[in-house]
Design a protein around this ligand. Structure first.
Ligand code: ADP
Length: 299
């Protein structure tokens, strides 16, 4: 594991292999001035200068089960600014999925307000919601959700088919997205010819291909081993370093450690919202692991 001081001082430049989970020739922005010198969480400060990409206020969601009302969210207030990488954590049943479904415009709140980029989403029609969802949000799921009979490239192109783009543009954009996740050479492989980590990278490419404003990832490493999880987090961190907003649900604290901010849900409420001053850098960890393995081989 890299020491924190090392993380803070490094601006890591990585040598990219064609199928490594890295983006082109990558410079990871570790924002040294933001790295604090200890592990103490600090509360998230609001900025009035940068408008939030997500603004929810007094968000409530009740599910009706027969004659019982199940309050899944009970007055959630939260802002996420463009370019943040945020982990949503909390025990099972605390409202994380309900919250993600609402901010992903897949469901509507019972109470409260929700704005994306300043647009009042809570008042939109189903059609308008679908447009916002398609234009602004890229989804990544635990189970990848790839169509098994289609190649990686065809899977990545799918959202563009729905958007009605011409074939050539679809193909080019899908290849670009696959290149971003280091899988250009696997474009013609079907999901079963790819590892779990590669399948998740295809799913990330599919989420990126529409140029969304943010990626919402629901337990993106839930089906992956530790090494592969770090590779997926490296990709998400690199996208974030390029300015992509990333919000991910995870129940694993070592995955949340790769995020700059941690929001904790309990019983339908946000009970903690902290800056992670010891953000782990996945790419640096991968480089260290490779160096260790090379050393072992050389001995
Ligand atoms: P988490 O993702 O943190 O596990 P959820 O958002 O899935 O939590 O669930 C929050 C609460 O809402 C739980 O009590 C759950 O049982 C309830 N709930 C979630 N979805 C539904 C649904 N479709 N119908 C009824 N209750 C639901």
């Amino acid at each position: 594991m890299m020491s924190h001081d090392k993380q803070a001082n490094d601006e890591t430049i990585v040598d990219v292999q064609p199928d490594e989970p890295t983006i082109d020739e990558t410079i990871v922005d570790v924002r040294p001035d933001e790295q604090a010198s200890d592990d103490t969480p600090t509360k998230v400060q609001r900025s009035s200068v940068v408008p939030p990409i997500i603004h929810v206020e007094k968000l409530g969601k009740n599910y009706i089960m027969g004659r019982t009302v199940v309050p899944a969210l009970r007055g959630v207030n939260l802002e996420v600014r463009s370019g943040e990488i945020v982990a949503i954590m909390g025990p099972s049943g605390s409202g994380k999925s309900t919250f993600m479904n609402i901010i992903g415009c897949l469901d509507r709140p019972t109470l409260g307000n929700y704005r994306i980029d300043g647009m009042p989403v809570s008042q939109m029609s189903a059609g308008q919601l679908a447009d916002v969802r398609n234009q602004k949000i890229g989804f990544v799921f635990q189970s990848f959700n790839l169509l098994p009979w289609m190649t990686a490239q065809a899977n990545v192109q799918l959202p563009l088919v729905y958007a009605g783009l011409p074939t050539q543009e679809r193909e080019q954009r899908a290849l670009r997205a696959l290149t971003l996740v280091g899988l250009k050479t696997r474009a013609n492989h079907r999901p079963m010819e790819l590892s779990g980590g590669q399948q998740q990278r295809v799913a990330i490419a599919r989420a990126l291909v529409t140029n969304p404003s943010m990626i919402l990832a629901d337990e993106p490493t839930g089906n992956l081993d530790t090494h592969t999880s770090v590779e997926i987090m490296a990709i998400l961190q690199q996208l974030n370093a390029r300015g992509m907003t990333v919000i991910l649900v995870t129940h694993e604290s070592d995955i949340a450690d790769y995020c700059r901010r941690k929001v904790i849900f309990r019983d339908g409420r946000v009970v903690d919202d902290v800056v992670n001053t010891n953000q782990h850098l996945a790419l640096a960890q991968i480089a260290q692991r490779s160096a260790r393995e090379e050393k072992k081989v050389a001995q």
